[in-house]
Design a protein around this ligand. Structure first.
Ligand code: DOR
Ligand code: ZN
Length: 350
């Protein structure tokens, strides 16, 4: 049987939610990933170190027995964030980055930043403290077409931030365009980008033709196929500026199928590494998966690569159409459809 063995991978961008949703999300992420950067967009958001530590405790309580999964916490930047919050984060052993959501850009971003320029003193402190800045890179101006919001963000905000803070480590999260991929490739080693499995596997025509598919609606929105092709080239290039971040973002089915506005987010944690393997194999570049999934993110964050491995086998399987999700259910990506690769689960006790 065809198999692939990789250094254990990490997920550098995931939404685990909280409360009753954690048993599903934590067991799915812990199945495959050693660590994950946990997004702070809860309601209310995680804005202080004590809140991040309390959230981390909740996640750890939901770890499957025997799992060594490590949640790496983040703080949500708001107009009220103070330099002292950043110093506290940098001194904490459990907070690894801060996330910038322009207000209104996406799910639970109402508390996000109104004026990015007003955050410059915070970026200055982050640069001094060597705390990475994670950016949801889309402008929120309703005059700007939704398909153009990432490119406009690069010119209006990202270039000025990079120019002003050249030593600040920045992750341009879940990039979706050729423009973002070329931009990141041209920058110094301080600038990196995560790429999701769904943006590697789908483009906007998949979402919009033959009936609109809420399951594929996420932000930044899927772009045209030429952008998808550029993301595939970047992810499979061996350039360490690009690494794995699923942006797996569960929503109850009722919120995805809501006629008054579908919630943005694709759930991929149930099959993430398998979906990435499919994308890399389709590109004929499976040998580049390990760097992208298991090495480059750890190197960027200055963390050790894992010493253990995971193995995938070519054993087609069909994820369920729905997964229990606290009192609700969620619809995982590819539910009811075949996925070629399957993670080999270690024997109990091994
Ligand atoms: O599609 C998305 N869903 N994009 C985001 O940026 C947030 C996420 C969520 O939290 O649901
Ligand atoms: Zn996200």
């Amino acid at each position: 049987m065809q198999t692939i063995t990789l250094t254990r991978p990490d997920d550098w961008h995931i939404h685990l939610r909280d409360g009753d949703y954690l048993p599903t999300t934590v067991s799915d992420v812990a199945r495959q990933f050693g660590r994950a950067i946990v997004m702070p967009n809860l309601t209310p958001p995680v804005v202080t170190v004590p809140q991040a530590l309390a959230y981390r405790d909740q996640i750890l309580l939901n770890r499957p027995s025997g799992s060594n999964f490590q949640p790496l916490m983040t703080l949500y930047l708001t107009d009220q964030t103070r330099p002292s919050d950043i110093v506290a984060a940098a001194q904490s052993r459990d907070v690894y980055a801060c996330k910038l959501y322009p207000a209104g850009a996406t799910t639970n971003s109402d508390a996000g930043v109104g004026s990015i320029e007003a955050l410059y003193p915070i970026f200055e402190t982050m640069q001094q403290q060597q705390l990475p800045l994670l950016i949801h890179g889309e402008v929120t101006d309703t005059q700007i077409d939704i398909f153009d919001r990432e490119q406009v963000f690069i010119d209006q905000y990202l270039i000025p931030i990079i120019t002003t803070f050249p030593e600040l480590k920045i992750v341009f999260e879940h990039i979706t365009t050729q423009d973002a991929a070329s931009f990141v490739a041209e920058q110094s080693a301080n600038i990196a980008a995560t790429i999701t499995a769904h943006h590697l596997l789908y483009h906007r025509t998949h979402m919009l033709s033959g009936g609109m598919k809420p399951i594929l609606f996420c932000l930044p929105i899927l772009k045209r196929d030429t952008h998808q092709a550029a993301l595939i080239r970047a992810a499979t290039s061996g350039d360490p500026s690009f690494f794995l971040g699923t942006d797996s973002a569960p929503h109850p089915r009722s919120r995805k199928e809501d006629a008054c506005g579908c919630a943005a987010g694709c759930y991929t944690a149930h099959a993430a590494i398998e979906l990435y393997a499919e994308a890399f194999e389709q590109a004929g570049r499976l040998e580049y998966l390990e760097g992208f999934a298991s090495h480059f993110g750890a190197d960027f964050y200055g963390l050790p690569r894992h010493v253990d491995t995971i193995t995938l086998e070519a054993m087609p399987w069909v994820p369920p159409k729905t997964i229990p999700f606290g009192p609700d259910e969620l619809m995982p990506l590819r539910g009811g459809e075949t996925i070629k690769w399957r993670l080999v689960q270690p024997e109990a006790g091994s």
